[in-house]
Structure formats: structure tokens, C-alpha cells
Design a protein around this ligand. Structure first.
Ligand code: BG6
Length: 294
């Protein structure tokens, strides 16, 4: 493991830690926050605005291994959300390939107010079920609030379809203490029972929960244990996915440490249905996250 300062200004330091040859972690120190991300997966791992507790959960049992997704932070589900089986019955694996590939840091802007990092993921024939040529630009603005924007360019001669999720793992005192009240009156598909268009109010976020809510409205995740509110706004995302595996499923997942399911709730700004991008065109979506104490 080696640490190296990449950029240092009067306002912030960005350093690089190599876990091994393949896995590079960037760490940011700024008067308004600390944050870290992995270039593998282009994945935000942590963000802690000054005066607050860490916002994102990370598993202690993640392997950081090529081909495996990192459990925690904000995995990027793209170019598909969930399982993908093509018309010939071929399985593409869960949540696409953006989270299992290397991204590049292409620019950084450091100021008194924020640090803006731009990452790129460019490819063609990266996955046999999604061979198109593409470019994804991810712009991360870290400050006392956090903003994440993805711009996807279809560089191929034909239109492409994608689905997506910004799969945020929020650190919580316990799912039992968590409410997402703006979802109470929203219709959802239940991925566990396979029942569509359900409506019932969740008393808390204890798993197993796996729901696709048909709402693009602002969400507020209220944690009565940590006494904090996390406010999420998305653009060009049509659903919110709420997920916690619960104890029995988590026990079967090697990359969730013991009792880890009691430490997070996933609330994901998603497009769970196919979106089309014409040849040579682009699409974008984003989320903004802020934190308040109460
Ligand atoms: O284990 P993965 O591939 O990271 O997926 C975790 C969960 O991600 C959620 O977004 C899905 O709705 C769940 O069905 C899935 O189990």
C-alpha cells in the first residue's frame, strides 16, 4: 500500500492510495469535508461534511478485486439495472459493468467552496451483451453538499438502451430507526414478491426490502438514532429503489460483514426501465445529497 499526494493547494489535498496494482483510491481533505473514491468502478466510497458523521456505508468485507463490485458508497449501475437477460436467454449479470471497470480521472478543480472531480469511462465491446461504443462522464462536486452527474454519450451508429441506478448505501444507526416519509403514498413494484403497483406504508427500513418506487420527487431519509436527515434530489431519474437485504439474505452475501445489514439503507436514484439514446446523442442524470442534524 502506498500513499502519494496528487494535488495540494491552499484549499485541499487530493492523495492517491494504491491497494494493489489495480485498485486506486483517491482521498480528499478539504476544510468543508473529507471524501474518498475508487477509480475502479468510478465509485464514491465516503463523504463526510465537516461537523457531520460519515454519510455513506462501506462493507468491511469488500475484496477490492477485479471483476467484483465494491459493496458500499455509490456503486454505479449502468448500462443496466438489476438482472439482464437478453432475447437469447444470455445472462449479463447484475447491475451492468460500470461498477466492475476502471475509470480515469480527467480533471480536478479545487476551490475554497468545493472540489470537482471529473471521471471518464470510455469503451466499446466491453460486454458482449452491450457492445456499443460509449463515453460516460461522471462529475462529482464535493462540498458541504454533494452532487453527482452522469453524462452518457452514445458514440455508435445505432441507438442504444440503458437502465441505471446511483446505488447509494447510506450509513444509518439501524434500519429500524429510518423512515422515508415521501415514499409513503407512492406506488411500488415489490421485487421480493414480484407484485406490481403496490401501496403500503413502511414503518421502518428493516429488510428484506426491495422496492421500485415510481416517483421522481425529493426524498428525505430520516434517522431518529443519528438524529439526521439526508435529503436527495434527482434529475432525469424516474424511480427510487429502496433496498436492504435483511439478516437471512445478508448472511449469504460474503461481502457484507457480520450484522452489516443493520448499518445501511440503500436509496437509489434510478431508471429501472430502458431509456433510449439515439446514435451520436447523449443523456444525463444526477443526484444531489445534503445532510442536516435535528
Ligand atoms: O448484490 P448486488 O448485485 O450489488 O445487488 C444488490 C441489490 O441492489 C438493488 O438495487 C436491487 O434492487 C436488489 O435486487 C439487489 O439485490
Amino acid at each position: 500500500m502506498s500513499d502519494q499526494i496528487l494535488f495540494s493547494t491552499a484549499f485541499a489535498t487530493i492523495s492517491q492510495r494504491s491497494l494493489n496494482q489495480d485498485m486506486v483510491i483517491l482521498e480528499i481533505e478539504h476544510p468543508l469535508f473529507t471524501a474518498s473514491l475508487s477509480l475502479y468502478g468510478g465509485q464514491v466510497l465516503s463523504w463526510q461534511p465537516r461537523g457531520h458523521e460519515e454519510v455513506f456505508w462501506q462493507s468491511n468485507s469488500t475484496e477490492f478485486k477485479q471483476g467484483k463490485a465494491i459493496r458500499g458508497g455509490i456503486p454505479l449501475c449502468w448500462p443496466w439495472f438489476g438482472a439482464y437477460i437478453d432475447k437469447n436467454g444470455n445472462h449479463g449479470g447484475n447491475h451492468g459493468f460500470a461498477r466492475n471497470n476502471h475509470w480515469q480521472l480527467i480533471s480536478q478543480q479545487i476551490s475554497e467552496n468545493d472540489v470537482i472531480l471529473t471521471l471518464a469511462f470510455i469503451g466499446e465491446r466491453v460486454h458482449e451483451l452491450w457492445p456499443a461504443k460509449f463515453k460516460v462522464i461522471q462529475t462529482l462536486t464535493f462540498s458541504s453538499t454533494f452532487n453527482q452527474q452522469l453524462t452518457i454519450s452514445n458514440l455508435s451508429q445505432e441507438s442504444v438502451n440503458y437502465s441505471s441506478a446511483l446505488h447509494s448505501y447510506f450509513k444509518v444507526s439501524h434500519p429500524n430507526n429510518v423512515q422515508v416519509p415521501n415514499l409513503h403514498s407512492v406506488c411500488f413494484d415489490d421485487k421480493i414478491t414480484n407484485q406490481k403497483q403496490q401501496k403500503n406504508q413502511l414503518a421502518d427500513c428493516v429488510g428484506p426490502i426491495d422496492r421500485i418506487y415510481y416517483s421522481a420527487e425529493q426524498q428525505v431519509l430520516i434517522d431518529s438514532g443519528l438524529k439526521r436527515k439526508i435529503t436527495l434530489d434527482s434529475t432525469h431519474c424516474q424511480q427510487w429503489v429502496l433496498w436492504n437485504p435483511g439478516h437471512e439474505i445478508a448472511k449469504t452475501m460474503q461481502d457484507i460483514h457480520d450484522e452489516g445489514e443493520n448499518e445501511f439503507v440503500c436509496l437509489e436514484a434510478a431508471n429501472t426501465q430502458w431509456q433510449t439514446i439515439g446514435a451520436g446523442e447523449h443523456a444525463e442524470f444526477s443526484q444531489r445529497i445534503s445532510v442536516d442534524k435535528f
